[in-house]
Design a protein around this ligand. Structure first.
Ligand code: F6P
Length: 324
């Protein structure tokens, strides 16, 4: 394989640039020419791509976002869209594509693989919802951003003895809420994977406040409930003042953590290794701290579950046992 392309697709995530850098440099190291495709599949079908040299990916490792830009394409899933993309790839004699993104991006990758292009996915999304990897690129940085917010909000919540509700991203996944809640000492974490009962949450908060807690932090995953609705319910049922913060896209930006940079560098390079080794229709992930290659057919058809033991641990940490 002499020519490969790299693209980022779907929602951006901190660490995508480190993955681009790793893929480009590993491919050049392996004797390939590399094309950087702009705006994901949208740019691919328009032929929006340029050669990337070693130095073109310098000074990007520390930057959030993606230098290749990203998009969610509605045209690529159509046969005409794929025809256009194939024309652009074949006229440049590009045989393999590294696709950095989430499961929507991997469904696109499967379509390219069916057309004979070798593809390898790299899991890049803050949601940590991809099967076949313990961590996705961007998740750790997003959790640290949420944690920073929790630390700050806790200061003011304690001063006023308030209940604070922090709504976080994750789409249908509760991973960000759970990890940030566990690390941030939340009283309760509401996630889509596990049913919750606001009366139970309310009782737990009242018991905690009565036993001397100065604040209560509830982390809500966007896929489970709306922060403002939870806030209003808890205000009425507990009688305490509530405040709600919806963190939003702040979670998608910022300089990637060391963990995400290392993960992205390992996986970006591993994707090139996989392509040069003849793999296709695959994704590289980290499983038990080792790089693992999983078929995209498995990746897109399996749901990445939440670690329920972490949820239980979080609940134990937040339960003050009152002596009777
Ligand atoms: O998938 C990443 C994510 O940030 C989700 O957590 C969130 O629900 C969604 O993307 C937001 O997407 P958009 O880029 O359309 O605002």
């Amino acid at each position: 394989m002499k020519r490969i392309a790299v693209l980022t697709s779907g929602g951006d995530a901190p660490g995508m640039n480190a993955a681009i850098r790793a893929a480009v440099r590993k491919a050049i190291h392996g004797g390939c020419e590399v094309f950087g495709v702009e705006y994901g599949y949208t740019g691919l079908l328009k032929g929006q791509m340029k050669i990337m040299r070693y130095e073109d990916v310098g000074n990007i490792m520390q930057r959030g976002g993606t230098i290749l830009k990203t998009a969610r394409s509605t045209q690529f899933p159509t046969p005409e869209g794929q025809d256009m993309a194939m024309r652009e790839l074949t006229r440049r004699e590009i045989e393999g594509v590294v696709i950095i993104g989430g499961d929507g991006s991997f469904r696109g990758a499967q379509l390219l693989a069916k057309r004979g292009i070798k593809v390898c996915g790299v899991p890049g999304t803050i949601d940590n919802d991809i099967f076949g990897t313990d961590y996705t690129i961007g998740f750790d940085t997003a959790c640290n951003t949420v944690l920073d917010a929790i630390n700050k909000i806790r200061d003011t919540a304690s001063s006023h003895k308030r209940i604070v509700i922090i709504e976080v991203m994750g789409r249908d996944s509760g991973w960000i809420a759970l990890a940030a809640g566990l690390a941030g000492g939340a009283e309760f974490v509401i996630v889509p994977e596990i049913p919750h009962d606001l009366d139970f949450v309310s009782d737990k908060i009242i018991r905690g406040m009565n036993s001397g807690k100065e604040h209560s932090i509830v982390v809500v995953a966007e896929g489970a409930a709306h922060g403002f609705e939870v806030g209003e319910r808890l205000r009425v049922s507990t009688g305490y003042d509530t405040r709600v913060t919806v963190l939003g896209h702040i979670q998608r930006g910022g300089s990637p953590s060391a963990f995400d940079r290392i993960l992205a560098t390992r996986l970006g390079a591993a994707a090139v290794d996989a392509l040069l080794g003849g793999e296709t229709n695959a994704m590289v992930g980290l499983v038990g701290n080792q790089v693992a290659v999983t078929s995209l057919d498995v990746v897109v058809n399996q749901k990445r579950g939440l670690d329920v033991s972490l949820y239980e641990l979080e609940a134990i940490m937040a339960t003050r046992l009152v002596k009777t």
